[in-house]
Write a protein that binds this ligand. Sequence first.
Ligand code: PEP
Ligand code: MG
Length: 578
Amino acid sequence: MKKLSGIGVSSGIATAKIYKLIEEPIIISEEKISEEKIEENIELLKSSIISSEQQINKIKEIAIKNIGKEKAEVFDAHISILKDPEIIDSTINKIKEERYNAAHALKEIATNFISIFEAMDDEYMKERSADIKDVTNRIIKNILKINIKDLSLINEEVIIISHDLTPSETSQLNPKFVKGFLTEIGGRTSHSAIMARTLEIPAIVGIGKEIFSFEEDEKVLIDGAQGEILYKPTQEDIDISKLKAKKIVEQKLELEKYINKKSISKDGFETEVAANIGSPKDIEGVQKFGAEGIGLFRSEFLYMDSQEWPTEEEQFNSYKKVLEALEGKRVVIRTLDIGGDKHLSYYEFPKELNPFLGYRAIRLQLKEKDIFRTQARALLRASAFGKLAINVPMIATIEEFKEVKAFFDNTKKELINEGIKVGKYELGIMVEVPSVVEIADIFAKHADFFSIGTNDLIQYTFAADRMSEHVSYLYQPFNPAILRKIKKVIDASHEVKKWTAICGEAASEPMLTPIFIGMGLDEFSMSATAVPSIRRLISLIDKSKAEELVNKVLFLETQNEVKEAIQKFFKDNNIEVF
Ligand code: PEP
Ligand code: MG
């Protein structure tokens, strides 16, 4: 038996024999071709592109069955890379002018494109380099007549080991036979990780070269939640893991009962558990896990996924789509929160020493009124198609919020004068700057609601950059300094019959559920997958007892003391957390 570990990116426990996906090496000759061979090589390139297109279309068909139509859209992107005139024309030029053979020419051009994408700051664009590599490698293999391993033909239970899994490989996996995968490289946001979660199979990535010391056909046991791998497990290991797996299945079944239910505490306090999304594509998950609405639609992803400022029409269509899909449930859309660590390829931000303390979110939009107007118009037009709440990020002063409010009022008048219908909407603020907490009672008079962004509120309260691993110990959601702030905000809103949500990561921290219930939080908002588990906990908690817990923890000194008190609460009340 041998143990290895890596980054667990998709949970679940599985035991199966190893299937090593080892690529036949691609050996490309750098020998130049003679003039007579130029046409032949161009033809070879073109016919290999056609074969690659046929193969990708076939994979796409299988992928639609395995992972659904929307996720399989990645292959449309692959087809467009395949047909990209910049890549094809530059390759043909290299063959013609520099007499490179077809494979060598394409490799050179592809390497160039890949390094441009890899050097981009934007994580999403960086990941696109994997797509270019995937497609161009396929064409090169076709040029060289290398056999391409077809994962969709696997017909017995296996766990795959490979250097990495490309998007096209991952989507060929049939979860009936492929019980999990282990890769040498990769991280949490890599394509393969996202696909593994969609397929609901355990996966561990970033394990390192040692993974290749495991031999084909030997047994391996993997725990995707813990990132643990046991090579040649003993029967005892397998028996224990079966018990664990059984428990996970039971817990999953138990959680399913909480999909599409109301969120009510044991003693009848009603709250809501909503979902955070970044694009209309995420609606699928919201519906699957039965969220009671959308508590945060981060509109900046529409801007980040675009090559230029999204138009009013594009934004309107996205917002309308989400509002209609939610059929009258509330959708909170946040105005553009760009800056800090989020950039746009088509906008030059001023150079600042501390971008998280600088020109970000509403600070930028109040200066760039045209950009703000386009978004405001799209939002107000969409308000006629569902229950809309608009949420403004990074508000720090009352003057800012008054200016925003007046801006929306004027934009509304403008639209009505044009004969365009505007529905009802609420206008609230993200509470993430500590100044707002201090005068939450005053803000509560002006804003329709509060949504606490704990991610930023914690970074600004502790003066600790949320991106820096050196000060990550100061991310302290359990610290009384934060809990007191949250209580103050909730109380201020209730004082004037308004509502408060939490949409930062703390909302899905199960250990904090009794605290927020005790404070009377009106809405929790989180990634859709966490909804059933938090809703289940809510149903097991007595609000009256949770209130006593809150009164106690607010006067403790450290976050560890708070955590201990909460653990004791769960134990005393016989509540198992999962
Ligand atoms: C937050 O700050 O908690 C939040 C929800 O916003 P973001 O993480 O997008 O800054
Ligand atoms: Mg924030």
